[in-house]
Design a protein around this ligand. Structure first.
Ligand code: SAM
Ligand code: SF4
Ligand code: SF4
Length: 299
C-alpha cells in the first residue's frame, strides 16, 4: 500500500531521487507531517473547502457513511466499506472527497522509477523509500530495494526504526544508505508524544552499527519534546557513541502537515508555531561537531 511517488526529490539522500511513500506506521508522532501515512489501509479525506454541499451525491451513494445535517455534509470516515473506495472520486465532482492509498503494482512502479534513470546516473541519485514507516511492509520494502539494486540504482530508506529487527535486517543487503530518526533517547517523552518505545529504536541503532550499515541520523527538533539543550546533548551523545553514523541532520519543526489533519478528521495536538530558535540550532550544530559528527541543518 503506497500513498505517493515523488519524482525529482533532492532532500532524501544524494542526487536526484524518486521517493516512494509506503503506508503504515507503528508510531503516532503528534507533529507528523504525513498523518495520512500512519494507517496501513487507505484513508478517506474530506476537504470542506472544496465542497459546495449542494450536490449531495455522496450522501445518496454512501448513506451509511455520509449524512447531511442542517445543509452541511457530515462524513463518518470509518463507515466507508472497502468497495466504496474505488467509487469515491467518481462520485464527488469537486474533489472534496478523495482516497489516500493504493495497492502498488511493483512492476508498474519499477517502470515509473526507471523512467528517470538518466537523472539518477548523472547526479549519483536513486530511490528512497519513505512513509509512514517503510519497514512496516517488510516484504514490499525488500522487493523494491532488491529490484532497484538489480537495476544499479542507489537505494535509501527513511525509517523511524520502531519495528522488529527482523523486519529491517533482510533489507540491509540491498540498502546503500539508512536515514534513521533518533527522535529522543529518553523513554518517557518518547512514549508520551509518539506512543512508542525509545528502547526499541536504540536497540535497532546498535544492531545497525554492528552490521556496519551506512547511516545518517536525523533529529526532528520538536518544541516541548526535544527542542532543548539537555535533550539535544543526550541525543547527540547517543548518536556519536552508539550508532556509527557518518552524519547527523537536524530538522527544525514545521507545521506544513497541519491541514491534512482536518482532512482526516483528526485533531492537531502539536504546537501551531514552527520552531524559530536560531540559538538552539547553532547549539545543536556546534555540539554535534564537537562530538566528532558531521552536522547539518535541513529545511
Ligand atoms: C514523514 S517521516 C517518514 C519516515 C519515518 N516514518 C520517520 O519518521 O523517520 C520523514 C522525516 O520527516 C520528519 N518529520 C515529520 N514531521 C515533521 C515535522 N512536523 N517537522 C520536522 N520534521 C518532521 C521525520 O522526523 C523524518 O525524519
Ligand atoms: S459529492 Fe462532493 S461536492 Fe458533492 S456534497 Fe458530497 S463532498 Fe460535497
Ligand atoms: S514515525 Fe514518521 S511517519 Fe510515523 S508518525 Fe512519526 S513522523 Fe509520522
Amino acid at each position: 500500500m503506497i500513498f505517493n511517488v515523488q519524482r525529482y526529490s533532492t532532500h532524501d539522500g544524494p542526487g536526484i531521487r524518486t521517493v516512494v511513500f509506503l503506508k503504515g506506521c507503528s508510531l503516532k508522532c503528534t507533529w507528523c507531517q504525513n498523518p495520512e501515512s500512519r494507517s496501513a489501509t487507505a484513508d478517506v479525506l474530506y476537504d470542506a473547502r472544496l465542497c459546495s454541499a449542494d450536490c449531495q451525491h455522496c450522501a445518496k451513494t454512501f448513506p451509511h457513511a455520509v449524512s447531511v445535517v442542517n445543509g452541511r455534509i457530515t462524513v463518518r470516515r470509518a463507515q466507508f466499506q472497502a468497495e466504496d473506495l474505488c467509487q469515491i472520486e467518481q462520485v464527488c465532482p469537486s474533489g472534496a472527497l478523495s482516497v489516500c492509498g493504493d495497492n502498488a503494482n511493483i512492476d508498474a512502479l519499477m517502470q515509473q522509477i526507471l523512467r528517470d534513470k538518466p537523472f539518477y546516473t548523472r547526479t549519483g541519485g536513486g530511490v528512497t523509500l519513505s512513509g509512514g514507516e517503510p519497514f512496516m511492509q517488510p516484504h514490499t520494502a525488500l522487493n523494491l530495494l532488491q529490484r532497484c539494486r538489480h537495476e544499479g540504482l542507489h537505494t535509501a530508506v527513511e525509517s523511524c526504526l520502531h519495528v522488529p529487527w527482523h523486519y529491517i535486517q533482510p533489507s540491509l543487503g540491498a540498502l546503500d544508505l539508512m536515514l534513521a530518526d533518533l527522535k529522543h533517547v529518553a523513554d518517557e517523552p518518547f512514549r508520551r508524544l509518539t506512543g512508542g518505545s525509545a528502547k526499541r529504536v536504540k536497540d535497532n541503532f546498535r544492531r545497525l552499527a554492528a552490521a556496519g550499515q551506512k547511516l545518517i541520523v536525523r533529529v526532528p527538533l520538536i518544541p516541548q519534546f526535544n527542542a532543548d539543550r539537555a535533550s539535544i546533548r543526550q541525543i547527540v551523545d547517543f548518536a556519536a557513541n552508539e550508532t556509527g553514523c557518518e552524519a547527523i541532520h537536524f530538522l527544525p519543526y514545521h507545521t506544513l502537515g497541519i491541514n491534512k489533519y482536518a482532512l482526516l478528521g483528526q485533531p492537531y495536538l502539536a504546537p501551531r508555531q514552527p520552531l524559530n530558535d536560531p540559538d538552539l540550532l547553532t547549539f545543536a550544530e556546534e555540539y554535534a561537531t564537537e562530538k566528532g559528527l558531521c552536522a547539518q541543518l535541513r529545511g
